[in-house]
Ligand binder design. Structure first.
Ligand code: HEM
Length: 344
């Protein structure tokens, strides 16, 4: 698609403003953020050098084709899986880097933490792994499969495509307690910034990646605290649009019900999520807070203006997310044969 002169100028201006904003936000908040950093920083290293675009060129040449066709088959059958795969990838990379530790299925593993309760898509990854083990045994890691499946799910939902370098190892450790650090939707913006920062992600990444909530759903359990007695006030969260509040109260009678994260275009990967925030229609309190906090609001505003800006930045931030590697997982890692179990 050709972009006209005016349009590219607008995009350039928006991008430069964003970059300026991010550097300004980082600079102005650096001292206080560093002082209050409570989340232990991941053992990030230069392991990014381990990743390569050509890793499977000879050992498993059609790996991306195989993954794409499988994801497409599953998403055609059940479109809700697209969002679930993107979230599964976020949860994987949030603990011990992108090492498929979320897939390990044993007593006390991340998968069994409270925050993982509504994670879905495990069967898609298992199905892809079975196929890949037939075509190129012991070659493609579950972590590489998961990141590629999340990218393909994004594309199938109407979002952007990005290139993926390969070489993530599958970790051999998965601890439920560590998963409890993953945000659940009740945090403050400061703690979200800290959490992202501990993974090497900045404020721009936080606001852009939260845009994944343009598709998918949440259990009502994650929002019920906003509906009647917010912070013990006996009143609903004042930052919810009254009509939306009525809708949510009707929809969320039971904690186990599901409600769309983007009430307007829940199945389309678009900028509607950011427009919803302007109308006080963010589902999670952490979504709505992005439009309250002065560190994040201008970024959310900029992303709502131009979908190509959101798409470009989403790709950039997803690559950063997918390249979070933990030294221990990489060093002691393996190529799992079954994504749900370590090799012995
Ligand atoms: C910024 C901090 C974040 C918080 C607090 C958060 C919180 C949540 C919560 C509470 C849910 C619903 C869980 C439930 O079923 O009750 C959810 C769903 C989801 N999240 Fe996030 N999330 C965050 C960041 C992200 C990121 C970075 C991504 C991906 C890049 C992501 C992708 C998704 C998707 C796609 C869903 C829908 C899943 C589905 O439909 O199965 N989230 N998130």
């Amino acid at each position: 698609m050709k972009i006209g002169g005016n349009m590219s100028m607008i995009i350039t201006i928006l991008l430069s403003s964003l970059m300026f904003l991010v550097s300004w936000v980082s600079a102005s908040n650096k001292p206080s953020l560093l002082h209050s950093l409570k989340v232990p920083a991941a053992d990030l290293s230069s392991f990014q050098d381990d990743l390569s675009y050509s890793l499977y060129h000879t050992s498993c040449s059609d790996v991306e084709g195989i993954i794409y066709r499988k994801v497409k088959k599953w998403v055609n059958k059940d479109p809700t899986l697209a969002a679930s795969l993107i979230r599964l990838h976020f949860h994987d990379c949030s603990v011990r880097g992108c090492d498929a530790s979320i897939l390990l299925d044993h007593n006390g593993s991340e998968r069994w933490a409270n925050v993982s309760k509504s994670l879905r898509g495990f069967q898609v990854i298992n199905d892809i792994k079975t196929e890949l083990e037939k075509k190129c045994p012991k070659t493609v890691s579950c972590a590489d499969i998961l990141t590629t499946a999340a990218r393909d799910a994004t594309v199938l939902a109407g979002g952007p495509f990005w290139m993926i370098p390969f070489g993530r190892k599958d970790g051999r450790v998965s601890v439920a307690k560590e998963a409890s650090m993953v945000p659940m939707g009740r945090e403050t913006i400061t703690s979200l910034i800290e959490f992202f920062q501990s993974k090497g992600l900045n404020v721009l990444d936080l606001v852009v990646l939260s845009g994944a909530h343009t598709i998918g759903r949440s259990t009502c359990e994650s929002v019920q605290h906003r509906l009647y007695n917010y912070k013990g006030t006996n009143k609903p969260d004042p930052s919810i649009n009254p009509e939306y509040l009525n809708y949510l109260r009707r929809k969320c009678r039971w904690a186990s019900e599901n409600v769309y994260l983007d009430a307007k275009t829940p199945k389309k990967f678009d900028t509607q999520y950011y427009h919803n925030l302007k109308k006080k229609m963010g589902l999670l309190s952490t979504d709505q807070l992005l439009y309250v906090d002065s560190r994040t609001k201008p970024i959310a505003d900029a992303l709502s203006f131009e979908s190509s800006l959101f798409f470009n930045q989403f790709s950039v931030s997803m690559v950063k997310l997918a390249n979070i590697l933990d030294a221990k997982s990489q060093d002691n890692g393996e190529i799992r044969i079954n994504c749900n179990r370590v090799n012995y």
